[in-house]
Write a protein that binds this ligand. Structure first.
Ligand code: ATP
Ligand code: MG
Length: 567
């Protein structure tokens, strides 16, 4: 491709709201343009890179035995009503009506459509197992579309669905997709981790997320540097040891009220009483299925809402309002577990064994000191309802856990029979009995992968593509296009390289050398070849984008050099 004719509007400045490096670089390098919040056009270079990711995804899906198909993006509401998700999916599902007033949704995911299709077409065990996939545009009205392609409202997803006769069959289908994902993300040049994730309240058992490691990532990963353990913070658990400072023996000290005027936060309280936050017990008051619950946790730690919901067996919890807290006989900011009879208490295991703790006194401007948990809260129910905190140890091997930020690029999920039962996808087994199919679903955010790749492969000068994803492998630059000898040599190189199978973008623009070099760094193709002063001697300059190493090459050596560089 000759750059002269390429639609590649590079930018010097980008809008201030483009916070993520990948977002800024994709705008600056002219890969994408925004049409509306979370909705983007792919310009030629962006589409090429996206195409390379799609090719890798297809090759690995096909190799794993999945079959590609394509489903509609427009879904009749009846399907989503039948699965129950028309109501539970909420405002993220984009909804519309046709000219007859019939309701539709724009596909946010395709469990409903695929399960209905398979239900109609597959009836016998002889046709199972089956894994189908598609690469398709998805629509989700995200609450906060941001970071460019990382969280779009219209984005490209690869979604696959497996159908099995047995749970062991599902295990095998799941493992095949898991392995394919490892290959895909490795080939895309991503540094990633597969982490255990929460499978939600309804349906589903095992689930893993594939996280590309990046500071801009919205997920927190908890992992053990010593063993294989890695989990999303929403699911992760660790072990905690309360120090001797917080569990020292307190012979015969009774809880005592202490005046703490206007002190309602853990930070204020620890400063006021000159104690560590670890010595304070935080009381978090929530409502679960109409019932008030107080969750108790060590002051330096945070409640994990997902775990708390699981322990309480509910889908939704809300914080109690000041009036609701007052109705319990307490007061916001000074809630505590002692003396509240009408409330269910759940204690995070982090408070177990505390001997000299501080809690709210359920009275304005007062706390209780010298609380011995074992003595004062003898019958309390302990559970793990916290986010793993700094300094916790791995429950598998005891090593201290570490934290990292990740971008969820893929997700594998054992669905079980949730959709096959609600939508009636069953098969007859060898004995003529009807059984629901056992399903798995497997997503990759293809457009998000593109952004994640850039997030991990960039520097102050621009993008620095991994070979497999780069829109073009080679950037051929002609310095001074008016120079006939240089143009002739450039043309010769362009032809021989493209004939040899390399993808080449030829910068034949009438621009100053500085502009060309800066643009080449910004676009970031792996190898830059410059035809300049020594064209007459058939010598060109070669520069590797990633290592920065630069050297001269005789034209006669070029093909072998490129072949070895790209192998
Ligand atoms: P997230 O927690 O990031 O919202 P999700 O759990 O909603 O993701 P899934 O429903 O599992 O995501 O979708 C499968 C994959 O699609 C995700 O792993 C992710 O890579 C991608 N994806 C999800 N939402 C978006 C989005 N708004 N923009 C781009 N990619 C997305
Ligand atoms: Mg989401």
């Amino acid at each position: 491709m000759r750059q002269q004719r390429l639609l590649n509007p590079t930018l010097r400045d980008v809008p201030g709201d483009a916070e993520a490096a990948s977002h800024r670089l994709m705008l600056r390098a002219g890969l994408i343009r925004q049409l509306s919040s979370g909705i983007y056009s792919y310009l030629p270079l962006g589409l090429k890179a996206l195409g390379h990711i799609q090719t890798i995804v297809r090759e690995e899906m096909d190799r794993a035995g999945a079959q590609e198909m394509l489903m509609p993006a427009l879904h009749p509401a009846e399907l989503w009503k039948a699965s129950g998700r028309w109501d539970v999916y909420g405002p993220e599902l984009m909804r519309l009506q046709d000219r007859h007033g019939r309701e539709f949704a724009l596909g946010a995911t395709h469990e409903e459509v695929i399960t209905t299709l398979v239900k109609d077409e597959i009836h016998s065990y002889k046709k199972l197992p089956l894994t189908l996939y598609q690469i398709q545009t998805k629509y989700r009205d995200e609450r906060r579309p941001r970071f460019g392609l990382l969280r779009g409202r219209e984005f490209l997803m690869k979604d696959a669905y497996s159908f099995d006769r047995s749970t062991s069959g599902l295990d095998a289908s799941y493992q095949a997709m898991f392995d394919a994902y490892v290959n895909i993300f490795t080939r895309c040049g991503l540094q990633f981790r597969a982490v255990e994730a929460d499978s939600g309240a309804i349906g589903g058992t095992d689930t893993h997320e594939f996280m590309a490691l990046a500071d801009v990532g919205e997920d927190t990963i908890v992992h053990c540097p010593a063993c294989q353990y890695a989990a999303n913070l929403e699911k992760a658990s660790g072990t905690i040891t309360n120090t001797s400072a917080t569990t020292a023996e307190m012979p015969n000290t009774q809880p005592a009220k202490v005046h703490t005027p206007g002190i309602t936060s853990i930070k204020q309280l620890s400063q006021f009483l000159r104690i560590e936050p670890q010595q304070i017990i935080k009381s978090v008051a929530v409502q679960a299925n109409g019932e008030p619950v107080i969750a108790l946790i060590r002051g330096d730690l945070e409640i994990n809402e997902i775990k708390l919901k699981h322990v309480l067996g509910v889908d939704e919890i809300t914080m109690l309002s000041e009036t609701e807290i007052a109705a319990l006989g307490s007061i916001a900011g000074f809630i505590g577990p002692i003396g509240l009879s009408s409330v269910r208490l759940i204690a995070d295991s982090s408070i177990q064994g505390l001997t000299d703790a501080v809690v709210g006194a359920n009275e304005a401007d007062y706390h209780l000191q010298h609380v011995d948990v074992q003595r004062e809260l003898a019958d309390i129910l302990y559970a793990d309802v916290r986010n793993v905190g700094q300094g916790e140890n791995c429950s598998h091997c005891g090593h201290e856990l570490a934290f990292a930020k990740g971008i969820e690029v893929g997700h594998v999920f054992k669905l079980g029979t949730k959709y096959s039962e609600s939508l009636g996808a069953s098969f007859t087994d060898e004995n003529g009995l009807s059984e629901p199919m056992i399903m798995g679903c497997y997503g990759i955010g293809v457009s998000r992968v593109l952004a994640a790749v850039i997030e991990q492969h960039q520097d102050e000068r621009g993008i620095s593509w991994p070979n497999a994803i780069a829109p073009y492998s080679i950037h051929l630059l002609t310095v001074q296009v008016k120079d006939e000898a240089r143009m002739t040599l450039s043309e010769e190189l362009y032809l021989s390289l493209t004939r040899a199978g390399f993808s080449v973008l030829w910068d034949d623009r009438e621009e100053r050398p500085g502009v060309k070099f800066n643009d080449a760094d910004l676009l970031g193709f792996p190898l830059r070849l410059t035809v300049g002063k020594k064209a007459n001697e058939r010598i060109i300059e070669c520069k590797e984008r990633r290592s920065g190493s630069a050297y001269e090459l005789n034209v006669e050596q070029l093909l072998t050099h490129c072949q070895s560089f790209f192998n």
